[in-house]
Design a protein around this ligand. Structure first.
Ligand code: 16G
Ligand code: ZN
Length: 536
């Protein structure tokens, strides 16, 4: 207790104004960095408890605020398999962080240990990393202090992308087992990806360079590092890394990155976009990916998470069929309510694959995707991955091929399951996957974009007094509260062709979000405005 209290005194919590409290949300704790030192200390305490609860397996802590401005930061916990913290424990995190004093903190800590039957003398291990934000340094110090106070073994991996940290947690816990995920080092991550990429490509080529905008975040130096691992003659196209300045913190996520491209629906202004060139953007911690190009005729064209999802599902579906595993393996796609209706239609009716809709937030999609042998999940914002079950991976390796084509399909599937990050969405790994698929299909971005036409859509942010009165059901597609609200939305939607609209409270901001799609741009805009009027 004394150690925990002394450590907490060195990293004090900022007590918030009356009526406000810290909450472990969709992205962990995320806010202005100067509020986070005490929070991070307390998250360290929780991570040690979690490790002890789970037989001393390593728990991850990532310090990042993703696409948020440079002055923000955040801290979140990663479970032993590299997935997000179990939901039940978000409550415990919230309790610990809101303890009003150092002494109260020790009490909450002990109560949690007793209630959850945790032996606090058992060994514990925490693996951690941070993005390039300058505030990360102070926060890591607070975290290390909590690990020291609780006699927890610490592995500091310094600056990482979020998905690299997830990789390292899983690699640590699977080391030396038959399910070993990879070498426990940053180099191990690059080795695994570069080796799998070369195996997937099979010497195929792609035309033209690829421009990768890294939002001046951690993805820049990490992508540059990764490229050194691929033998020059095996790299099938030229990669130009842009917006990779991490020395000036103020440019992080500024007019660049996947979130900018998706929300502004335009290319980053710098460097000046060149018509016809294949481009993609990572977000600030490199877990989101959006593709686009400037078409000489129609201008900016974007290929978002829904497009990546349908591209992956189509390619993998075909491979599974060629591999003769169609009857054996269940492939499914998981989306949120934000997925463009045209993508859902394409996957259901053209690819003939099941689609499940979940609430927003990676943990929900990930969980449902685990229910398939091959689960493809992406949010429209570009965060997502493809999960392969142990049965699927075994089938790729053990099936005895009856033809060269079948062997080829099995090999590509096995290589893909190594290339695609199995823990969480990973911009670098997803980008390599997209390049592999485009190479195999011999497709340009224009070919890819022709698979279906997006329904015109509009997303608006609506300021409200109290977003908590809005409660949703049916994977956030309908409002259950306040009463009568949904009926009003329904009656507006009915007035438009091919229309759909929903309103939900943001999980990361104090606002409502309204999404609408309809047969034309003007109708989508009109519908969004009307629904915004209903909830404001
Ligand atoms: C978080 C989520 C992201 C989601 C977004 C929604 C993770 C790792 N991140 O950034 O997936 O799309 O929140 O934000 O789960 P909103 O609730 O403010 O719309
Ligand atoms: Zn991110």
């Amino acid at each position: 207790d004394d150690k925990i209290i002394a450590g907490s005194a060195k990293h004090p919590i900022v007590v918030l104004d009356k009526g406000q409290h810290y909450k472990y949300g969709t992205a962990g704790f995320r806010m202005k960095a100067d509020l986070l030192e005490g929070v991070t200390y307390r998250v360290g305490l929780l991570a040690s408890l979690r490790s002890r609860k789970l037989n001393s397996q390593a728990i991850g802590v990532m310090i990042t605020a993703s696409h948020n401005p440079a002055i923000d930061n955040g801290v979140k916990i990663v479970d032993p398999q590299g997935d997000m913290l179990e939901q039940e424990w978000e409550r415990y995190a919230t309790q610990l962080v809101n303890a009003p004093s150092d002494a109260e903190l020790a009490k909450v800590y002990n109560t949690l240990a007793t209630d959850l039957r945790i032996d606090i003398s058992a060994p514990a291990k925490v693996v951690y990393g941070r993005d390039t934000r300058p505030s990360g340094h102070t926060l890591v110090t607070a975290l290390a202090s909590a690990l020291e106070a609780t006699e927890t073994e610490a592995a500091d991996f310094k600056i990482l992308t979020t998905p690299q940290l997830h990789y390292l947690v899983r690699a640590t816990n699977s080391e030396g087992t038959p399910l070993a995920y990879g070498e426990v080092s940053e180099a191990g991550y690059y080795n695994k990806l570069s080796e799998a990429f070369v195996r997937c490509m099979k010497g195929k080529k792609i035309e033209g360079p690829l421009i990768v905008d890294c939002a001046n975040g951690v993805g820049g130096p990490k992508l540059n590092e990764f490229l050194k691992y691929i033998p020059q003659e095996k790299l099938p196209f030229e990669v130009k890394v842009v917006n990779d300045d991490i020395l000036r913190p103020e440019v992080l996520n500024l007019d660049s990155g996947a979130d900018f491209v998706k929300t502004k629906q335009r290319a980053p202004p710098h460097p000046k976009p060149q018509p016809g060139v294949r481009c993609c953007s990572f977000d600030g911690d490199a877990d989101r990916l959006i593709y686009y190009w400037i078409d000489p005729e129609v201008g900016f064209v974007m290929l978002d998470g829904d497009r990546i999802s349908s591209l992956a599902a189509s390619f993998i579906g075909d491979l599974v069929e060629s591999a003769g595993l169609k009857e054996e393996l269940r492939i499914g796609v998981v989306q949120t309510a934000y997925a463009n209706g045209a993508s859902t239609n394409y996957i259901r009716h053209h690819l003939k694959l099941p689609v499940i809709c979940t609430p927003t937030g990676v943990k929900h999609l990930h969980h449902v995707a685990q229910g398939f042998d091959i689960g493809v999940y992406f949010e429209a914002n570009g965060h997502g991955t493809v999960l392969f079950s142990p049965d699927a991976v075994t089938a790729f390796k053990k099936t005895d091929p009856q033809s060269p084509a079948q062997k080829d399909a099995l090999d590509t599937l096995a290589a893909l399951s190594d290339l695609i990050n199995q823990t969480v969405g990973d911009a670098l790994s997803d980008m390599l996957m997209v390049e592999v698929i485009l190479a195999h299909k011999a497709w340009s971005l224009r070919d890819w974009s022709m698979t279906y036409s997006d329904l015109p859509n509009r997303l608006v942010r609506v300021e409200v007094n109290n977003k908590d009165v809005f409660r949703t059901t049916d994977a956030e597609r309908r409002l259950s509260h306040p009463e009568g609200c949904q009926a009003e939305i329904d009656s507006e939607v009915k007035k438009f062709k091919d229309a759909r609209s929903f309103a939900r409270a943001s999980g990361t901001e104090n606002a409502m979000r309204v999404y609408a799609e309809a047969a034309s741009r003007s109708e989508a805009n009109e519908l969004a405005d009307r629904v915004a009027g209903i909830v404001s």
